[in-house]
Design a protein around this ligand. Structure first.
Ligand code: PEP
Ligand code: MG
Length: 870
């Protein structure tokens, strides 16, 4: 294999092999733009480096040096030759640009001899020694991991001694002294002298780039952005051009459009007499790009022309780096620029209007996950940048929340009723009783639990900012305080802020700004809807959630979790009574109370949904979530049931399960107690009939959960059908309804052909299907999955992103077998994966009819569904 390519040998289509930066440098070279010459060591060399046990094979090393010789010939300079030295920059460059990867090393090839040569050659000793001391620092920091601050300190000492404040005020002698001190520091830190052989410098730098592919920041970034670890990174070695050669030299970065607003206007900054990192490092304040027009109009005009050419060529907003050496312009990089969600929408729509791209292409230009930030309040970016997190948990539901902390739902509700508008609920974990407290809060923070814990699921449903599983803080609910990782204590009523997109917790009040739904959002969504074939429904348990989802474009309800309808304080009692009932009579008494509430809830839901399909899932309460825990609740329920508190406690003990998620839940409950299914059927059918009388045509879809065997389904379905038919006959109103099932137990997936004999539709419950396929609990897996990520056993959370190989295979089998029995069986997904772009693409490919997700993910799903089609 060929592992090293000159820029002149590549092009933009070789991104996988050369990385984004390398491919674009090659492409620009091909376009005849002024690009300093160089070569790229491929991503395959990186993969090989890891396969060989983190060493560079002799064969690859030889190829690097052979290509280096070619480069020497092309540029007419020699590596390590003091008379006429070639100096290079070394940069990483993966397929997609990736923060967390290795920073740039500049001026590589300098040593004690070459620096003197360079000083003579350029007749500019200050420049030569400035370049050398920079190189020593970058090499030490980036390749050897010596703290950069130690070098900065030496620099500060010299400045202080001279009584100057800017680097530019140091002269050649100071720079020389500095490079001596830097080398001494290197020797002290490393125990060996700074490497003088440029070839050693080069190979060490290449290795450092490869190693940086596996540094923790890069690994985390990849996981968050679905980037496989086997891509590897390329290394770009490029002839140096110098922006620090004097006042006719400089360096800068620019975007062809404003990356934060999308405005069509060259946007960027530069510094004269500086090298690359000065612009980013903020040591000196760069000047806006417009100023370059005055300093050097020729270079400015040339740059504008190149920027336009590049944007037209790549048909996307470009992010470019350039250097000016003695008044001559060089392009060091171009890439499709990163942008905010707002800018992404505007640019995509503008490019279509400018005739540069098609609508389909525009749809691919926006990352669906990015849309999220447009739907929730956001922190003021400046304040966020200045703030320091006090802890980090799992980013369970996006948004920015700032408020006073309360440690129980009751306290939160009290504060709310007393006029407090900014509240954050802090709990060890949440349970159904906390719903009201969650409702009145801006955000929720929990100490335990994973991405599908109660708090996470409910908060996403509500569109509330939520950080879960924040084990870094110690929460004392009883006494109303928590302690952060630095030992600082936060009491009830203190301010904190939560970033639901990063999981960061801040110990202060951060200002937020309201979301803005611009016209570009609407335009792009309309295009998405024109293209996609997958329908998008929502998971909603309340009319309010349903309303919100409709605003976001939902086309039905794919999952209404009926047990969630009993969270409110006036209902939870009756629900618990039903759960703990020991006789059919007791149970029927509790069900009597639940019936009217449930019926009117359904009526309202049907009305809100205006004839769109509504799937109602029958009760699936994991018992532990619903058993009463507090003494006063126990007293009240016992009184209601006419038994003593002691007797009730005995019942609760008896109901205790070791594995509640694998316990008496879902259809198992209806098999034991058919009267529950009877009541729910009555509520659904009567509600539909009532609404039908108002002129709205609803076809309710009744969904039986946790089915593993067709006989279970048949048993419950018979109860449903018998009850429904009786009511229909009684009322004399014609009503269509369907009975289907969730596919969420592996056995159901494998026997889907049998299940389809009874089921009129399937909905894949991938939360349970994932939990049961992997055999680990959705509530507990968060605790050990981190280990799995760091040991590269898993690269992502299978509860957030569908495991297509395993769980996905079960879906494929079930879909195929289901269709065999019932050719046009309707199929959807309602697990959390229904809102995840890559999982949505999978659903599209398997031929599901719809995905269903929480309201705030509906726009994401609409766009992802369109992308799957394009
Ligand atoms: C599922 O298991 O995927 C599902 C949607 O049901 P629940 O999350 O309520 O168990
Ligand atoms: Mg389930």
């Amino acid at each position: 294999a060929k592992y090293v390519y000159l820029f002149s040998e590549g092009n933009a289509s070789m991104r996988n092999l050369l990385g984004g930066k390398g491919a674009n440098l090659a492409e620009m070279t091909g376009l005849g733009l002024p690009v300093p010459r160089g070569f790229t060591v491929t991503t395959e060399a990186c993969t090989r480096f890891y396969n060989d046990g983190k060493v560079i094979a002799k064969e690859i090393e030889d190829e690097i040096f052979a290509t280096l010789s070619k480069l020497e010939e092309i540029v007419g300079k020699k590596f390590g030759d003091p008379e006429n030295p070639l100096l290079v920059s070394v940069r990483s460059g993966a397929r997609v640009s990736m923060p967390g990867m290795m920073d740039t090393i500049l001026n590589l090839g300098l040593n004690d001899e070459v620096v003197e040569g360079l000083a003579k050659l350029t007749q500019n000793p200050r420049f030569a020694y400035d370049s050398y001391r920079r190189f020593i620092m970058m090499f030490s920091d980036v390749v050897m991991g010596i703290d950069r601050m130690k070098f900065e300190k030496l620099m500060d000492e010299i400045k202080e001694k001279k009584g100057v404040s800017a680097d530019t005020e140091l002269d050649a002698g100071d720079m020389k002294t500095l490079s001596e001190r830097y080398k001494e520091l290197y020797l002290k830190e490393m125990g060996v002298p700074f490497p003088q052989d440029p070839k050693v410098q080069l190979i060490e730098a290449v290795k450092a780039v490869f190693r940086s592919w596996e540094n923790p920041r890069a690994v985390v970034y990849r996981r968050l952005n679905d980037i496989p670890s086997d891509w590897g990174t390329a290394v770009n070695v490029q002839e140096m051009v110098f922006g620090n050669m004097g006042n006719d030299s400089g360096t800068g970065v620019a975007f062809t459009r404003d990356p934060s607003t999308g405005e069509k206007k060259l946007y960027g900054e530069f510094l004269m007499n500086a090298q690359g990192e000065d612009v980013v490092a903020g040591i000196r304040t760069p000047q806006p790009i417009d100023v370059l027009k005055e300093i050097n109009p020729d270079v400015y005009n040339q740059f504008v022309e190149i920027a336009e050419k590049l944007e037209k060529h790549y048909r996307d907003m470009q992010d470019m780096e350039f250097t000016i050496e003695h008044g001559k312009l060089f392009m060091l990089q171009t890439r499709n620029g990163k942008r905010t969600a707002q800018a992404a929408l505007k640019i995509a729509v503008d490019l279509v209007n400018e005739g540069m791209i098609t609508k389909e292409e525009a749809l691919l230009r926006v990352d669906p996950k990015q849309l999220d930030t447009l739907l929730h309040p956001q922190f003021d970016p400046k304040a966020l940048k200045a703030a320091k997190p006090i802890a980090k948990g799992l980013a369970a539901s996006p948004g920015a929340a700032t408020g006073k902390i309360y440690f129980s739902a009751e306290e939160a509700a009290q504060a709310y009723n007393a006029g407090e508008k900014l509240i954050i609920l802090v709990r060890l974990e949440t349970s159904p009783e906390d719903i009201e407290g969650m409702h009145v809060s801006q955000g929720i923070l929990t100490g335990r639990g994973g991405m599908t814990s109660h708090a996470a699921v409910v908060a996403r449903g509500m569109g509330k900012c939520c950080v879960v599983g924040c084990g870094e803080i110690i929460i004392n609910e009883e006494e109303g305080y928590f302690i952060d990782k630095n030992g600082r204590r936060y009491n009830k009523g203190d301010w904190i802020s939560l970033d639901g997109s990063t999981g960061n917790v801040y110990g202060e009040k951060l200002p937020t700004v309201a979301p803005e739904m611009t016209g570009y959002f609407g335009t792009l969504m309309k295009w998405a809807d024109e293209v996609r074939v997958l329908k998008v429904r929502t998971n909603a348990d309340t009319p309010r959630d349903a309303q919100q989802a409709l605003k976001f474009g939902a086309e039905g309800i794919g999952l209404c979790r009926t047990e969630h309808m009993f969270f409110d304080s006036d209902r939870i009692g009756a629900m618990r009574e039903m759960i703990v009932a020991r006789t059919e009579e007791q149970r029927r008494k509790a069900l009597e109370k639940l019936l009217p509430m449930q019926r009117s809830d359904f009526e309202e839901l049907f009305r809100v949904m205006k004839g769109y399909p509504v799937t109602i899932r029958f009760l699936d309460p994991p018992l532990h979530e619903f058993l009463p825990k507090e003494e006063e609740d126990i007293q009240a329920i016992a009184a209601e049931m006419g038994i003593t508190a002691e007797e009730l406690k005995a019942i609760i003990t008896e109901l205790h399960e070791f594995n509640p998620m694998l316990g008496h839940r879902g259809c198992r409950l209806a098999v034991s107690y058919p009267e529950i299914a009877e009541m729910q059927t009555r509520a659904v059918i009567e509600a539909a009939i009532n609404v039908k009388k108002e002129g709205l045509n609803v076809v309710p879809e009744i969904m039986i959960p946790l089915v593993g065997d067709v006989k279970e389904l048949k048993y419950v379905k018979d109860v449903v059908v018998k009850t429904a038919e009786a009511i229909i006959k009684e009322t004399g109103v014609e009503l269509e309804y369907r009975v289907g099932t969730m596919i969420e137990v592996p056995r159901a997936a494998i026997t889907a052909d049998e299940i389809a004999k009874e089921a009129e539709f399937f909905s894949f419950g991938t939360n349970d299907l994932t939990q049961m396929t992997f055999g680990f609990s959705r509530d507990d897996a968060g605790k050990f999955l981190e280990e799995y990520y760091s040991k590269k056993i898993y690269e992502f959370d299978p509860f957030a992103k569908l495991d297509q190989t395993g769980v996905g295979e079960l879906i494929r089998i079930a879909a195929e077998k289901g269709r065999k029995t019932r050719a046009n069986i309707k199929m959807g997904i309602c697990g959390e994966h229904g809102g995840d772009p890559s999982s949505i693409e999978f659903c599209h490919n398997v031929g599901l009819d719809y995905v269903s997700c929480s309201p705030y993910r509906v726009p994401i799903a609409r766009l992802a569904a369109a992308q799957a089609q394009v």
